[in-house]
Design a protein around this ligand. Structure first.
Ligand SMILES: *Cc1c(COP(=O)(O)O)cnc(C)c1O
Length: 420
């Protein structure tokens, strides 16, 4: 969300709009807290990423975990997107939303046998394998099903993505991927198995990365391995650079996609390899806001708190990573600003959406938390028996309900008291 009068979230006089719909109107019709996504924003982020690689053979697989709402997946499936999944559940979502399983890559630190079988039977493009034990299990399942499994090894290239420690994944002391030194041995083993078909190499070095250098370093390392494998007679068809392209939450300068694509094209040279990418955040983050209402203002000594009806169970990023997300009045007003912590009603001191923000707020005001389309609703929980908010998709002047607000009955539906 920007402060300018442009983009999917913009002001019309003093009111914040999502495309052609007033967020005040949405709050009145749907209540709060509510997630609001812009279809146009999702589509244009997708188009920008895909278009950057025009001229290089490539497949962009949207990382479902960033926002797995069926409506969001539907929008991307209609664009012909590939999908990067991390569970059997995510595969089921992709299929339910009309996505093509043949464009699915399956990532994740460990996959269960039933999930592997489901993916194999659905004819996914590739398993991104993260360990020797996982390679063994995939081989066993593929043998039992009688269908070779396409595999890529996720290499841990040991490059520093320069991002928050919780979202850096490409350093050798992270749990992710296979160390470079073990890769040739595992490839030889996979190549020798009748139940495995070696197709690629992948890596994913972290998230919210704002410079090209770490990606370039990772690709250079991956291509060295491609050459080493070629020398031992193992042909690689694709290299997957993962996701990780960052967005602007506050004052970051996201990398330029055209420069990113051109840097990668240069390193690739004239190799006949398909490139794959797994962007999540940069497709979905800026396409969503979390709408909430100020329940009241209180102060304890020096501190002033704006208590809102959304909390860490709705949006976990501020509590989990100390993440900064923009907070904007839905209706601009002429009151003096003060410094507030924006907090929710959950019984944890770590329950906050923002700290020390200059805001002009009173009880009853509506606030929009920006860049909330990725790692927002998907990370929400029912902590404190709080139902998840509705998820809406705005398309021009239309509003679609992509997920209904959870009721208290929904929250207790799977639970039972003991027998008498
Ligand atoms: C989380 C993840 C992604 C998506 O990362 P973003 O930073 O959202 O682009 C891609 N690939 C893998 C393996 C992941 O774990």
């Amino acid at each position: 969300m920007t402060e300018q009068n442009a983009g999917p979230f913009h002001f019309v006089s003093d009111e914040l709009y999502a495309e052609g719909v007033s967020l005040r109107r949405i709050a009145a019709d749907w209540g709060t807290p509510t997630w609001v996504y812009s279809r146009a924003a999702i589509e244009s982020a997708w188009d920008a990423f895909d278009a950057a690689f025009t001229g290089q053979p490539h497949l962009v697989c949207y990382a479902v975990k960033a926002n797995s709402n069926l409506g969001v997946l539907d929008i991307l499936a209609r664009k012909g997107a590939g999908f990067d999944i991390v569970s059997g559940g995510e595969l089921a979502r992709v299929i339910a939303a009309g996505g093509d399983p043949r464009k699915v890559v399956y990532s994740g630190v460990a996959k269960r046998a039933d999930e592997i079988e489901m993916a194999l039977r659905a004819n996914i493009a590739c398993f991104n394998v993260e360990s020797a034990f996982e390679l063994d299990l995939i081989e066993q399942v593929a043998g039992a099903v009688g269908k070779p499994a396409p595999v890529s090894l996720r290499i841990n290239p040991d490059v520093d993505a320069g991002t928050h420690p919780y979202i850096a994944t490409g350093l050798k002391d992270n749990k992710f991927g296979v160390p470079m030194a073990e890769a040739p041995g595992l490839y030889a083993r996979a190549d020798a198995s009748p139940h495995l078909a070696v197709t690629g190499i992948d890596c994913h070095i972290g998230s919210q990365i704002t410079s090209i250098a770490p990606f370039a370093d990772a690709l250079t390392i991956v291509l060295q391995l491609v050459d080493d494998l070629a020398a031992s007679g193992i042909a690689i068809e694709h290299v997957d650079l993962g996701g990780g392209v960052g967005v602007r939450y506050s004052d970051e300068t996201p990398l330029d996609l055209a420069e990113y694509a051109s840097a990668i094209g240069q390193i690739m040279g004239n190799r006949q390899l398909e490139l794959r990418f797994e962007p999540g955040r940069c497709i979905a983050a800026d396409a969503g806001v979390l709408l909430c209402e100020v329940m009241g203002i209180k102060s304890n000594g020096e501190k002033r708190f704006a208590v809102v009806d959304a909390a860490m169970n709705d949006l976990l990023r501020p509590s989990l990573y100390g993440a900064w997300q923009r907070i904007t009045n839905v209706v601009r007003k002429d009151v003096a600003e003060d410094t507030y912590d924006v907090v929710g009603p959950v019984c944890e001191s770590g329950d906050f959406l923002a700290k020390d923000r200059s805001l002009a707020v009173e009880a009853g005001d509506l606030l929009a938390v920006g860049s909330a389309g990725a790692y927002g609703a998907v990370m929400s929980s029912n902590y404190n028996t709080r139902g998840r908010g509705a998820e809406l998709i705005v398309d021009g002047t239309d509003v679609f309900c992509a997920r209904e607000r959870e009721t208290i009955a929904d929250l207790m539906r799977l639970e039972h008291t003991l027998p008498p």
